[in-house]
Ligand binder design. Structure first.
Ligand code: HEC
Ligand code: HEC
Length: 407
């Protein structure tokens, strides 16, 4: 299967280098390079130091690991970018398979996901019998620093667990316990339950945890946060012996660089507002899409000062919704049930195909091949909106699709 190469961005690197040189001789430029259609542009207004960190983190995000640099022993892919193509969503061949076995204590053996690749000498995992499994398409990573900065109270203000307003939609937060290695001062850290915002079921509360676990589980890279390798319970001896690289394999500074990079990544700008798109935007509200795909929040505090106060135009409430039997995976995650999913943000759909060889993969497992198909697969709480979309006349339907596809 072809893997889209991460798009190198020499123009960006060059203009950032020029910017850094310029600021060194006291000509302060605050303008970030043209964001255009690239996924890996920084948000505007960063300091020269932050931009330098952005470039370093970008490189780290794309860096492929090898057995000699710590890859494995078991893993899913060799770099962050190999799954998150150009910082965008991935392809189904890069899906992760999450597993669990209900209340059976064996469910944690081998970790919560299947690592289907292994370095020489180690044995890749097979799906064990009798487990609940869930296929997850890699989501886009741009804009996660903005998502992180939305005040929890603003997200919770849209929750309506018992559907008290009777609109059939009952968005629910996923409150989760952060991993022990997440310091309390970290955004999304702290004692007790924290609001989950990341991943397909909003089961992760901090970018630190998302990143450390990605290194550990997806690439087989140990860090100070998780210094012990994953093993394959079906062949643990051979697998543990195969990776001879001393742990931890990646210094904390490099983990922090990747997190800073993710934080500063700007989401792609939406397309121009044409007459048809303005009509589509109106319909997006009237047929009920905007009840879950909430167009905009405002960023609150962030470790990156330039983020504070920015509009976060993501088209998601970041809450969980029961999407019906058709989309159910049957595998709970944190507080999320086997029928619930986090409302998928719609920003960046305009350039999705540029990074997927012209193709489209939508919904949690990538089963939908167009925006229209994704909408028609909505069920559960979204059934009424789906049906309202389906009964639109041809021109209105096209306008709504034009609007969504231009975000
Ligand atoms: C094997 C493919 C794969 C690799 C490698 C990978 N990811 Fe992911 N990533 C995923 C999938 C799949 C999800 C969604 C997981 C879920 O819902 O359970 C995800 C989720 C995320 C999210 C959450 C995005 C959101 O919208 O909530 C971030 C951030 C992220 N990954 C960053 C990284 C970083 C950083 C690396 C490298 C250290 C990395 N990923 C490596 C597949 C991958
Ligand atoms: C009840 C809440 C709800 C309503 C109403 C709703 N959606 Fe969604 N939407 C979701 C959830 C949750 C997902 C993620 C489902 C999954 O991953 O399987 C999603 C996914 C999507 C996706 C796929 C995005 C991607 O990146 O994979 C598109 C496109 C979309 N919705 C558009 C719409 C449109 C257009 C409407 C109105 C006709 C609408 N939705 C109404 C909750 C809703």
């Amino acid at each position: 299967m072809p893997r889209p190469a991460r798009r190198a961005n020499p123009a960006l690197a060059a203009s950032l280098a020029a910017l850094l040189a310029a600021s060194a001789c006291d000509t302060l430029l605050t303008e970030a390079p043209d964001s255009g259609d690239v996924f890996d542009a920084p948000i505007e207004g960063l300091s020269p130091e932050e931009l330098a960190g952005f470039i370093a983190g970008d490189e780290q995000f794309g860096l492929p690991f090898r057995p000699s640099t710590g890859l494995g022993p078991i893993f899913n892919n060799v770099s962050c970018a190999s799954c998150h193509s150009g910082d965008g969503r991935g392809r189904p061949e890069n899906n992760l398979t999450r597993i669990s076995r209900g209340t059976d204590p064996a469910r944690d053996v081998g970790g919560p996901q299947i690592q289907d690749r292994a370095i020489p000498g180690a044995v890749p995992e097979d799906l064990p019998p009798g487990v609940d499994s869930s296929e997850r398409l890699p989501p886009a990573v741009f804009g996660v620093g903005l998502i992180e900065a939305i005040p929890a109270a603003d997200i919770l203000a849209n929750a309506d667990e018992s559907d008290s307003d009777g609109d059939g939609i009952s968005g629910r937060p996923n409150f989760v316990v952060p991993a022990e290695f997440v310091p309390a001062r970290e955004p999304g850290g702290g004692t007790g339950l924290q609001l989950g915002r990341f991943s397909r079921k909003a089961q992760v509360s901090s970018l630190l945890q998302q990143t450390v676990e990605a290194y550990h589980q997806d690439i087989g890279i140990t860090t100070d946060f998780l210094p012990v390798e994953n093993s394959n319970p079906q062949a643990s001896q051979a697998t543990e012996a195969a990776d001879a690289i001393a742990d931890p394999e990646l210094p904390t500074a490099q983990v922090q660089q990747v997190i800073a990079y993710l934080r500063m990544l700007q989401p792609p700008a939406p397309g121009a507002d044409t007459e048809s798109r303005l009509r589509g935007e109106q319909l997006f509200g009237t047929v009920g899409c905007a009840s879950c795909h909430i167009p905009e929040f405002l960023a609150g505090t962030s470790p990156i000062p330039a983020i504070e106060g920015l509009p976060v135009v993501l088209y998601s409430d970041l809450l969980l919704h029961d999407m019906g039997e058709g989309l159910a995976d049957g595998r709970p995650d944190g507080d999320a049930t086997g029928r619930e999913w986090r409302t998928a943000p719609l920003w960046g759909l305009r350039v999705m195909r540029d990074f997927l060889n012209g193709e489209a993969f939508l919904l949690h497992d990538g089963r939908a091949r167009s925006v229209e198909e994704a909408i028609l697969l909505h069920g559960g709480e979204a059934r009424v909106a789906r049906d309202a979309f389906d009964s639109l006349g041809a021109a209105d339907r096209a306008a709504l699709l034009d609007f969504v596809g231009s975000r």
